[in-house]
Write a protein that binds this ligand. Sequence first.
Ligand code: TRP
Length: 450
Amino acid sequence: MASPRGEFSSRFGFVMAAAGSAVGLGNIWGFPTQAASNGGAAFLLVYLLLAFLLAYPALMAELIIGRHAHANGVTALRSISRGPQTANVGSLIGLAGIFTVSMILSFYGIVAGWMIAHFCSSLASIVGLDPLATWLVDFSFIRNVGFMGLFMFLTAAIIAEGVHDGIERWSSRLMPILIVTLFLLVGYVMTLDGAMAGLKVYLLPDFGAAVKPQLIVSALGAAFFSLSLGAGTMLIYGSYIPDEGKLPALGGWVTGVDIMIAVTAGFVVIPAMYVALNNGVEIFGADGSLISGDTLIFTVLPALFDTMGTAGVVVSLLFFALMTIAALTSSISMLEVPVSYTIENHSYSRRRAVYLIGFSIALVSTLILFNFDALFGLVIAATTRYAQPLLGLMYCLFCGWVWHRNGILEELRKGQPDIEQGLFWAVWPWYIRYVVPAIILLIFANSLLN
Ligand code: TRP
């Protein structure tokens, strides 16, 4: 029987939804440029190691807690606590996750709005509305608020439909489109002059650059952000997995798809930069490193599209559609975190919770846009550099130290009666207890010192 709080109806639906959450701006935008400027294939190796050795086990902690409780983060952490005191700590961590993910959505919505604006700009130039096309790519307050609002509305409209009809349905539609578009872009970019030079930069390993401690910190942050960890997102998606689901395999799929898309995006973005160089566009900053961040997406790539004539407009349209889709399947997973809590613990209807919370977060985004220089970078750093790894650590500690080992085993057995004989059960329980917390703390301490 389907649970009244909603659940994913198939393995495919869950993997598309959770991979949709994981695959976002972080993969397509963040990963390739970090790799290119930090040792190419060597960074890729560090990232792969961190993803499987650290992020995957941490993802499993969230999925198992969520599936066990079939409830939002606050209730879930309380339910595996041993006494009133740990239960209160659990509530606090759950609430901190809800707050963190809401703040993440507040800046994510701004960036996603830019993607839609650039998409519309390409449309406008196709139909010859050049002044509009220019206005759409100008950094004006009105444009920023308008497109952020539009993006938040799309996010809210999907979440208002619920787990099956909203999240699962839209993720299952959009993710295949995203994957096809991405591969089309790879194929096309590879045919252009200059692409091979980019491929070399992306794939030739420079181990000297990749083992720098600072780099490992950013690879950890990237891996946590990319898998949507430490904010209760994966916990809540886990809570919608039916009891028959085999959790370790499902988590493995999500991690695999996330990495695959990040690596594939590298085959678009880095070669595209060298095609741009070939066409006379500047791709290096003043310090000689590759331009990254917003300048890359909103200046270098559009300049490249401009040099490509008609094909450039089509490629630009595809690229910003890709970015918008990636952002949307991620933002719905963010909004679901506060929404599910408000529905379950404060008896709101889904619709009311969605529009109230969506609107409040859009207000925060507007506030950030008002004080862009002071707030934008601050909110990103506070949430992704500090809150996420620390909260991720807390989920691991709850799994490793607070929850009874037998409880975890029982939970895993539901979908996989023979789990005790497998490798996962042999390694994961002590791994999540000692190794993951130790590594997170080590990396975190290191980042504070720097
Ligand atoms: N993983 C997404 C990306 O790579 C972003 C994301 C979705 C996220 N849900 C999250 C980040 C929750 C942190 C917390 O863009």
